[in-house]
Design a protein around this ligand. Structure first.
Ligand code: BGC
Length: 257
């Protein structure tokens, strides 16, 4: 298999749908074998696997709840066991729960923080330990959000998780640079994926959002995948410690009304 990622293996969490699915397929198009991670919907993950295979690459399906440490460890173990190595980690799995701050429950807080931040943290740790032991380089790409920086009223848990992801990335870039491991965040704005399905079905809400986006439209998962490919490939070799915003200009132009 030729391509910019020939011979590489990538774990993409949450790759059954949305941005994760597009990233899995895009990396596979460039020759990477993919660990397709999913939590609940095996049929979606199987569809990603078929598309990876149609691109001429290998895929394995590994179920994981990334908020469970043993599941994150297993994702890395399966990459080595079934595909022989693991070069690229894309921490994409993420959830959001809308609630005014005063109504946030402990359960919702734990759900969002554990998937979005704890999951990315410990999966990166499992990924890095193997590379460190083998003295091999690697790439960590976190799918963060414009909300690692920009307010998102009624999504305080989501903002806390993505703000945490921003500082985690910066810290790891410094700690892992000497090991040859790069760490970057991609901060998407409003992308047409299942996480935004409810909003996209509400015309008034969608129109209000589109007014805030200078390019006047939502982004596509494929556009985000193109940026992930850049960061995973040789072209992105000198990038570390940065957030790459992909939002049609939203972050520069946010209004509530
Ligand atoms: C959120 C979306 C939101 C977008 C722009 C994303 O991180 O997941 O729900 O529409 O940011 O505000």
């Amino acid at each position: 298999m030729s391509g910019r990622l020939a011979g590489k293996v990538a774990i993409v969490t949450g790759s059954g749908s949305g941005i994760g699915k597009s990233i899995a397929i895009r990396l596979a198009n460039e020759g990477a074998s993919i660990v397709v991670d999913y939590r609940n919907h095996i049929e979606q993950a199987q569809d990603t696997k078929s598309k990876v295979e149609a691109a001429g690459s290998k895929a394995i399906l590994v179920p994981a709840d990334v908020s469970v440490l043993s599941d994150t460890q297993n994702l890395v173990d399966q990459a080595y066991k079934q595909l022989g190595r693991c070069d690229i980690l894309v921490n994409n799995a993420g959830i959001e729960i809308e609630a005014p701050f005063w109504e946030v429950t402990e359960k919702d807080y734990d759900a969002v923080l554990n998937v979005n931040l704890k999951g990315a943290f410990f999966l990166a740790q499992a990924f890095v330990r193997r590379l460190r032991d083998a003295k091999l380089p690697g790439r960590i790409i976190n799918i963060s959000s414009v909300h690692e920086d920009m307010v998102f009223p009624n999504f305080s848990t989501y903002c806390a998780s993505k703000g945490g992801m921003r500082m985690l990335m910066r810290d790891l870039a410094v700690e892992l640079g000497p090991l040859g491991i790069t760490v970057n965040n991609i901060a998407p704005g409003a992308i047409a994926t299942p996480i935004n399905a409810k909003m996209m079905d509400n015309k008034a809400q969608l129109d209000a959002l589109l007014k805030n986006i200078p390019l006047g439209r939502m982004g596509t998962p494929e556009e985000v995948a193109g940026l992930a490919l850049f960061l995973a490939s040789d072209d992105g070799a000198y990038c570390t410690g940065s957030t790459f915003i992909i939002d049609g200009g939203l972050i520069r132009n946010y209004h509530e009304q």
